[in-house]
Design a protein around this ligand. Structure first.
Ligand code: PGA
Ligand code: MG
Length: 227
């Protein structure tokens, strides 16, 4: 039997990246002569990758960009964000101990993010976390991404594991809906980036700190899912 897999979202779940993403977004908005975004606006923009974040920022100000202007802003964002990495971004309290616990219990650890694979890989390396994860897939790794359930399923399959013995940990509706559509139990953190409280998306469990992410909790969810 393959090893069980714990799949983690990145932004707002493993790593608190909001200050850097917001800095880079506001750098681009200012350069375009637009208003800067607040933290609460940012939580509505994030979750579906950089392109969607920029589109939502334009919509919020009822502004339109030509495809060329949009591409230029996208390139500027990537340059600014990647140039300042890892910046102020930090793993959430308790996550490293939680990863250790799962690792010691025989879980393979995976990252499934809507960030581009290159940016996510650079960030995880910059924080010296690469060796902890068997795989990282981004929003551009496959022709589909969260909330498409195949993003999680194919991430697990790529390491040769069985999606029926996987759990997802995430902070947003995309994570929760993708996991539910995949039939994978999902633990939602309530400290990430979401416009509505995660309870609205009906995850299997909600945690407020990683000391709640125990092997017992995860094993219980896997047993319940196996029926
Ligand atoms: O960067 C984003 O928009 C989303 O990234 P996440 O899937 O890791 O939350
Ligand atoms: Mg997230």
């Amino acid at each position: 039997m393959s090893r069980p897999t714990a799949v983690f979202d990145l932004d707002g779940t493993l790593i608190h990246t909001a200050p850097d993403l917001l800095d880079s977004l506001n750098h681009c908005l200012e350069a375009a002569g637009m208003q800067t975004a607040s933290t609460s606006e940012f939580t509505r923009f994030v979750g579906m990758g950089v392109k969607v974040m920029l589109e939502r920022a334009f919509e919020a100000q009822q502004k339109r960009a030509t495809p060329e202007q949009f591409q230029a802003m996208f390139d500027q964002f990537i340059g600014h964000y990647s140039g300042n990495m890892p910046g102020k971004s930090q793993p959430y309290p308790g996550i490293l101990d939680a990863l250790d616990r799962l690792d010691e219990a025989g879980f393979d650890l995976a990252i499934c993010t809507n960030k581009t694979e290159a940016l996510a890989t650079q960030l995880i390396a910059g924080l010296d976390l690469t060796r902890r994860f068997k795989i990282l897939t981004g929003g551009d790794t496959f022709p589909f991404r969260k909330p498409d359930p195949r993003h999680i399923i194919e991430t697990v399959r790529k390491i040769g594991n069985d999606p029926e013995r996987a759990i997802m940990v995430g902070d947003s509706r995309a994570d929760i809906n993708a996991a539910k559509a995949a039939g994978i139990p999902v633990i939602a953190v309530d400290f990430g980036y979401t416009d509505l409280h995660v309870r609205e998306f009906d995850p299997s469990v909600i945690i407020s700190h990683y000391n709640e992410l125990t092997v017992e909790l995860v094993d219980g969810l896997l047993r319940a899912a196996a029926g």
